[in-house]
Design a protein around this ligand. Structure first.
Ligand SMILES: [Zn+2]
Length: 105
């Protein structure tokens, strides 16, 4: 795993933790949330854009299955705006990525 992949995985994990705590009341992600996390990490490693991968909101290839895509949407919309308070460094890094990389067509 590259550093970038590690940071991306950490960001996803933090977001899932925040979401599960809020939505499901668990301090350690519940089974559903863990399943999602494992799925997300698998997708991340298989991403066809590899090191040129843009942030997922900007990606044109939607690689998530319907079920997980819906879950991702919920998790991101809850945890996204809260990342800056909880994990400022990860949030800033994500912004940096958002502007640095554009989706390769
Ligand atoms: Zn949960």
């Amino acid at each position: 795993m590259t550093l970038r992949e590690k940071i991306n995985a950490k960001t996803t994990k933090s977001m899932v933790q925040m979401y599960c705590r809020h939505k499901h009341g668990h301090h350690i992600p519940c089974d559903d949330c863990l399943n999602f996390l494992q799925y997300a990490n698998k997708r991340l490693l298989k991403c066809r854009y590899a090191k040129f991968k843009p942030v997922c909101q900007k990606c044109k290839t939607h690689c998530y299955s319907k079920k997980y895509k819906q879950m991702a949407k919920e998790i991101m919309s809850y945890a996204g705006p809260r990342m800056i308070y909880k994990h400022p460094l990860l949030a800033i890094y994500h912004l940096y990525e958002k502007y640095r990389f554009n989706c390769p067509d």
